[in-house]
Each structure stands twice: as structure tokens, then as C-alpha cells.
Design a protein around this ligand. Structure first.
Ligand code: CP
Ligand code: NVA
Length: 303
């Protein structure tokens, strides 16, 4: 079996490859806005396997496939044999016989790796507990639209040291922009991630104090304090309260700071409605870009 190219983490891609995808997404977006048709995935089918809820990932992947002339099939754990214990490997073997690509949203990264290992078609990470690479690609596209370059840019991730924090660390290591990661004690991303290649990366800093972290930053990024599969608890909420993205926090950042959030937002918890709906927020553009970067990834892997 020829090994296909997957999209499991940003680490598997070089800076040039990631930039090429971002440039392609931008180009696809402007052609789409001009009403130009693109049927480059005509006759191709993407299997979308969801073991967790989704609005943006599900709809943007399906819309992307349809707009590229292809088709997408939605599969959930409860309605498929995965929920009754059929293995990821066997599921991948079978889906590979029907479809030209598989997107999986699951819990452990190991589930995704098992699927990729047995699949003869490209497998795309649609979110795991560890990473959410297609999201951060849409985030980077949004930053580039506004700031034009990643050179000299400082991005600050504030909040839970979760799959988004980890993926931002991936992105900063591969692309080289400055990243501050500010999380409460006990909720930091694993230091092992920073040392993945056997060295620390000076452009990635863990700064516990959120106000210190956002000083003069160009981008503030946050995400829910309670990811899918986690129990909400009042103690954690209290501990995280200084990490809320609000007007006071923004006053310490650059004057033209961009605020991003992968969504869904828990309004007035990790971010105030005032900021989410305010002039620094680019979250709707960010959500829209999921469609365009998805197309770039699908065309590159399945075209
Ligand atoms: N940001 C994101 O992945 O949204 P969904 O969970 O709605 O897919
Ligand atoms: N960290 C969140 C992201 C949702 C898109 C989660 O995993 O639930």
C-alpha cells in the first residue's frame, strides 16, 4: 500500500508547506468570492467521522467538499460500528475502499494515528484532545489577512493549556513567530511538547501572569476553559478568572491587537461579550476561514 500524506499535526509540515497552504487558501477565498467555480474534487468523497460535537468543522468540511464538486459523508460514533467497538484500523480499511479522504474528530491522538496507519487515503485531524491543526491554520490565515506577515509578530495564547495551546506551540515552532503561552499553574501545556525536537525554542515562552504575557502583543487568542469531555467545576473557574479576555486585558496589548477565539465561546467566561463583539475581534472572519483553509488542505491531499 502506498502511504498517503496525512494532516495529523502541524509538525509533519515544513514552514514552506504551511505557507503554501495559507497562500492557496487565500487564493481560493478570493476566487470563491468572485463566483469562480472549482470542481477539482469532482467525484471525490470525504468520510467525516465525529466522536465529539461540532458545528464549524462539520459544516466547513462538508461545504468545502460540495463547493469543490465532491461529496462528504457524516459518520458519528453512536450511529456507526465504531461505537460498538469496531477498531479504528478496520474502520479506516473499509472507509478507504469507498472514500478518497477521511476526517476524524476523536479523543486521543493515538486513535487518529491508528486510523492513519491503516488508511490508504489521507486522514485529516478534525480535533483531538492533543491538537486542532485545521483550526490554527484558519487562525493563521486570518492573522495574515490583517497583519500581512508573521515576521516580528507576537501572538499570546491565554487560558487552558489544551489542544489549541499545543497546536499554537506547534505552529510557532515550525513558523518561527513569537508566542507567549499564559496558563494558570497546573494547566500549562506539557513542557515535553516544547522539547519535542530535543531543544527548547526561544520564540515560545510560558508566561504565567496573563497581563505580563499580553504586554504589547499583536494577537490575543483564547479558548474555552472546559474542553469537550471535561467536567466543568467551580474551582477551575475561579483559578482561571484572571485569564479572562476582557477590556482591561486588552488595554495592555498593542493598540491594534487582534482577538481570536476558535469558538464556541462561553460568553463572559473566558472572554467577555464586549470583547467578542468589539472592534478588536476577528472571530467571525476566523470562523469563515475554516471553509477556505479546509479547501486548501483537501485539494492538496485529495486533488
Ligand atoms: N472551532 C471548532 O472546531 O468548532 P466546532 O467544534 O464547532 O467544529
Ligand atoms: N478546546 C476545545 C476546542 C473546541 C473547538 C475542545 O477541545 O473542546
Amino acid at each position: 500500500m502506498n502511504k498517503p500524506r496525512h494532516f495529523l499535526t502541524l509538525f509533519e509540515y515544513s514552514a514552506k508547506e504551511l505557507i503554501d497552504l495559507l497562500v492557496l487558501a487565500d487564493d481560493l477565498k478570493s476566487r470563491f468570492k468572485k463566483g469562480k467555480e472549482d470542481n477539482s474534487l469532482k467525484g471525490k468523497i470525504l468520510a467525516m467521522v465525529f466522536e465529539k460535537s461540532s458545528t464549524r468543522t462539520r459544516v466547513s468540511f462538508e461545504a468545502a467538499m460540495l463547493q469543490l464538486g465532491g461529496h462528504a459523508i457524516n459518520i458519528t460514533t453512536t450511529e456507526s460500528q465504531l461505537g460498538r467497538g469496531e477498531t479504528y484500523e478496520d474502520t479506516a480499511r473499509v472507509l478507504s475502499r469507498y472514500c478518497q479522504g477521511i476526517m476524524l474528530r476523536t479523543f486521543s491522538q493515538a486513535n487518529l494515528e491508528k486510523m492513519a496507519e491503516a488508511s490508504s487515503v489521507p486522514v485529516i485531524n478534525g480535533l483531538t484532545d492533543l491538537f486542532h491543526p485545521v483550526q490554527v491554520m484558519a487562525d493563521l490565515q486570518t492573522i495574515l489577512e490583517v497583519k500581512k506577515t508573521l515576521k516580528g509578530l507576537k501572538v499570546t495564547y491565554v487560558g487552558d493549556g489544551n489542544n489549541l495551546a499545543n497546536t499554537w506551540i506547534n505552529a510557532a515552532i515550525v513558523l518561527g513567530f513569537d508566542l507567549n503561552v499564559s496558563c494558570p499553574p497546573g494547566y500549562k501545556p506539557s513542557g515535553a511538547l516544547l522539547k519535542q525536537f530535543g531543544k527548547t525554542h526561544d520564540n515560545v515562552q510560558l508566561v504565567e501572569d496573563p497581563i505580563e504575557a499580553v504586554k504589547s502583543t499583536d494577537v490575543i487568542y483564547t479558548d474555552t476553559w472546559f474542553s469537550m469531555g471535561q467536567k466543568e467545576d467551580e474551582k477551575k473557574r475561579q483559578l482561571f478568572s484572571p485569564y479572562q479576555v476582557n477590556r482591561e486585558m486588552l488595554s495592555h496589548a498593542a493598540d491594534d491587537v487582534m482577538v481570536l477565539h476558535c469558538l464556541p465561546a462561553h460568553r463572559d467566561e473566558e472572554i467577555t461579550s464586549e470583547v467578542l463583539d468589539g472592534p478588536h475581534s476577528y472571530v467571525w472572519e476566523e470562523a469563515e476561514n475554516r471553509l477556505h483553509i479546509q479547501k486548501a488542505i483537501l485539494k492538496t491531499l485529495m486533488g
